[in-house]
Write a protein that binds this ligand. Structure first.
Ligand code: UN1
Length: 505
């Protein structure tokens, strides 16, 4: 497939998905595909003033939407799920073009959107508050959940559409409006989501205008969203560096933050592990999405009794994994997002070498595209956890370390800044339960006999420490998108005060 064909296919997909051509032609922000490095579009960006007025409009939309009964709001999200089902193949393909994901992962990402819509539809009838025992006779105490306001969403290139949908589907059933600042690396999929949303709105019929909007622009536009007083919650996905900027800005104006930042996820392979299963899980976790998931497996602690059995098999998997264009081949590993990602990977590998790492792979792979950055995934045997092993590098590098004592492995496992996802491979109940216990893995996600990545939407998604502490998606993550009011109602003829206080006038 030559370069012109990718750009042409992109335009065809955008038009099929209902995106107006004027949004991505003749503008001032170029967008590229990592598959060939070719330019795809020139998008129109918004100015800071335009962004502010869009947020004002979102606030007006919120004021109407919060009065619509929640199950009715769920109906809009149900229609969004239907539209996504119809658009799955096209949107999945666009994700592959714009983020470089292999076909099945591009489609999987859209499936994740459909799943969260289904979840949110059910949730729209389950925004439960508690009834609480009161100490005063003739009183009733309860809590009520109300819509919060404009929800700002900042998303990263690597899950360009699913992360929006986790936030959007919940925020919408909770009665909020949404304003989305997508990554500058993946603006086209954002425009496509907005067009799909608009179709759902049209079928729904009576939603307020500007319920969902997209801000195309650079970091300065993201800052407008973060600093705007009419945005009570910002859900931001990206690097820990980004979170260190966004978090304090939100705190300063007492806005809420859902931060989903870096991961430096690890697995422990114990003596009793099912090695066939572990091998497959490790391969997907470490090489899948070309190592560009926040849940990617980056560190592996292997018990000395199985190290020599597992390592040669792992090396073989690394040496034989298929690499290539996600659009033309059935390769399992697609490109890195850009040159900066490639440079970051090379820098980390050089650092690993300095710390005694033995590297398999890691070099640039010739996929016949001079302007794209394909790499051979790197497997690095490390004598100890040091240097770049302690940091997240957003590329397919797996650092492998040998351990002899379980407690030491657990303590090394937890000895990094990030705390997103983790796995243990063992058939020993004691090790598995210990890993999940209070002094086990310190991550927001802890798995047994599956890899670190590929979480389902039903669970709360997020992590501790430098991962930012936010939770999105399933379980009770919806509570962050609403405000809670505690209500005490006195239906008696007396006015007893709590704590036995008397105040008779
Ligand atoms: C991300 O990389 O930002 O658990 C999200 C997973 C996916 C989501 C990853 N469901 O790997």
């Amino acid at each position: 497939m030559n370069n012109m064909t990718v750009a042409k296919e992109t335009r065809d997909l955008l038009s099929k998905l209902g995106v107006a051509e004027s949004l991505y032609t003749g503008g001032n922000m170029a967008s590229y595909t990592p598959v060939t490095g070719e330019k795809l579009a020139d998008l129109k960006t918004v100015t800071a003033d335009e962004a502010k007025s869009m947020i004002d409009k979102a606030d007006a939309a919120f004021r109407e939407w919060r009065l619509v009964p929640a199950p009715k709001r769920g109906e809009l999200v149900r229609l969004l799920g239907e539209e996504l089902r119809t658009a799955k193949a096209d949107l999945g393909r666009l994700v592959s073009i714009e983020a470089g994901k292999i076909t099945s992962e591009g489609l999987g990402e859209v499936q994740e959107m459909i799943d969260i819509c289904d979840f949110a539809v059910g949730l729209s009838r389950q925004l439960y508050g508690l009834t609480i025992a009161t100490e005063r006779p003739g009183h009733r105490m309860m809590e009520t959940w109300h819509a919060l306001g404009v929800v700002g969403i900042i998303s990263a290139f690597n899950f360009p559409v699913a992360v929006w949908s986790w936030n959007a589907a919940l925020a919408l059933v909770c009665g909020n409006s949404i304003v989305w600042k997508p990554s500058e690396k993946t603006p086209l999929t954002a425009l496509a989501c907005q067009a799909i949303f608009d179709k759902a709105v049209k079928r729904f019929g009576e939603a307020p205008q500007n319920l969902s909007q997209v801000l195309i622009g650079d970091r300065a536009i993201g800052e407008v969203l973060v600093d705007h007083h009419l945005v009570p919650l910002v859900s931001a996905t990206g690097s820990t560096r980004m979170g260190r900027d966004v978090g304090p800005r939100l705190a300063k104006r007492f806005a809420r933050a859902i931060l989903e930042l870096g991961g430096n996820n690890a697995g422990i392979v114990c003596p009793s592990a099912d090695l066939d299963m572990a091998l497959r899980a490790i391969a997907f976790g470490a090489m899948g999405t070309a190592g560009q998931r926040c849940t990617t497996l980056r560190r592996l602690f292997v018990h000395e009794s199985v190290y020599d059995k597992l390592l040669p098999r792992l090396k073989k998997a690394y040496e034989s994994v298929s690499i290539g264009s996600p659009l033309e081949t059935s390769a399992l590993v697609g490109p890195l997002i850009d040159k900066a990602a490639f440079d970051g990977m090379q820098k980390a590998l050089a650092g690993a070498k300095e710390h005694g790492g033995k590297i398999t792979g890691g070099d640039r792979f010739d996929a016949g595209q001079a302007n794209a950055y394909y790499v051979r995934p790197a497997l690095v045997e490390m004598p100890e956890q040091a240097g770049p092993v302690l940091e997240e590098t957003f590329a397919p590098i797996l650092y492998v370390m040998k351990y002899s004592d379980f407690d030491d492995a657990l303590s090394d496992h937890n000895a990094v800044g990030a705390g997103l996802s983790s796995s243990i491979f063992t058939l020993d109940l004691r090790e598995a339960e210990r890993f999940l216990s209070a002094d086990g893995s310190d991550c927001g996600i802890a798995n047994v006999n599956i890899g670190t990545s590929g979480a389902e939407i039903g669970g709360a998604f997020g992590g501790e420490k430098e991962t930012g502490g936010g939770r999105e998606s399933g379980s009770d993550a919806w509570k962050a998108y609403m405000r809670r009011a505690t209500n005490t109602v006195n239906y008696s003829r007396a006015l007893p005060l709590a704590q036995g206080v008397s105040f008779d006038i």
